[in-house]
Write a protein that binds this ligand. Sequence first.
Ligand code: MG
Length: 386
Amino acid sequence: MSAFGFRRMKKRLVILGATGSIGESTLRVVTAHPDRFEVVGLAAGRDAEGLQALARKFNVSKLALAAPNDAGIPFGEQALCDLAAMPEADLVVMAIAGMAGYAPTLAAIEAGHDVALATKEVLVMAGTEVMRRRAAAGVRILPLDSEHSALFQCLQSTASVPACVRVGDEPKAEERIAEVILTASGGPFFKRETIDWSRITVAEALNHPRWEMGPKVTIDSATMMNKGLEMIEALHLFALDPAQLRVWVHPQSIVHSFVHFKDGALLAQLAQPDMALPIQYALTWPDRALHAPVPSMTLAQMQNLEFSEPDLSRFPCLKLVFDALPLGAWTHPILTLANEVAVKAFLAGRITADRIAAVIEQGLARAETDFAAIVRHAEEDVARFA
Ligand code: MG
């Protein structure tokens, strides 16, 4: 109790994917705001030691791992779901890579928790279902991805409400949007005169000029498939039509995205390329904190910002997404699963980078809706291309 007779409540966080880069940035935000946040649950994939170190540092007793472990930590999908649904939580930060994040996200929603969502596969694969359930449960999905956070922040400029946080019949933000423009760094190859995808090495593709990320998303960034997946994520978060989506390449990664409103205004969000800021906005929303563990923007950084539309013929994965989206939501799981199988094979040295688009294209031609069948056929395509 303070001298004024009340204690400001801290927001209680559960963080799934705590030992990854999003988890690390989230914990940086928590450390910067000890008065605002408290961590009540932590989960990771298989790094038991790393998880236990974080548990000691942040004084957390409730833990879970995806993988079996010798440390006595509850593990497996049910353990992750139980953690995501724990009644003490106010907000669940979901940063488990890939579809492993799906069941725990639904568990958090069903438990009535708001979810700050970094795992784009959850929306890309099952966005219709996730958004339906979150509306029924009356909880919010707060975007963590830097681009979607930028769009979300720009959309706070109207009295209308973005779809991902709408829990009543408030005016719809999407009706005020002419188009959203996702910015993309362009990855390591954008400035090359010619890109011969059949000769790109794994090491070159992993050498991203701006962002420190895991290997899967770094390869997706090099092929620009990451932007394609982010387009799908934006469709679901903000209830957009595919015709409202644009991508501009912006190598400096200072402008994190734009909303072009029907009244003609173009709003952008500018910040250092550091995930702590979009994470912090999701954690403090609808407030904006008084400080952040990220340096502020300077005028010098705003000189010479470049923007251009990508030449889709140079980025076949992104072109496949632009072509597929108007066909409907059935394309979304194919785009993500076929890509996931192909990127894994590329990272393992089994196929060349040009085959990533080929595997996705084959998947789209089959038009399957069963997830397991999509994966099985993509693996067969990889074996043929190997
Ligand atoms: Mg992003």
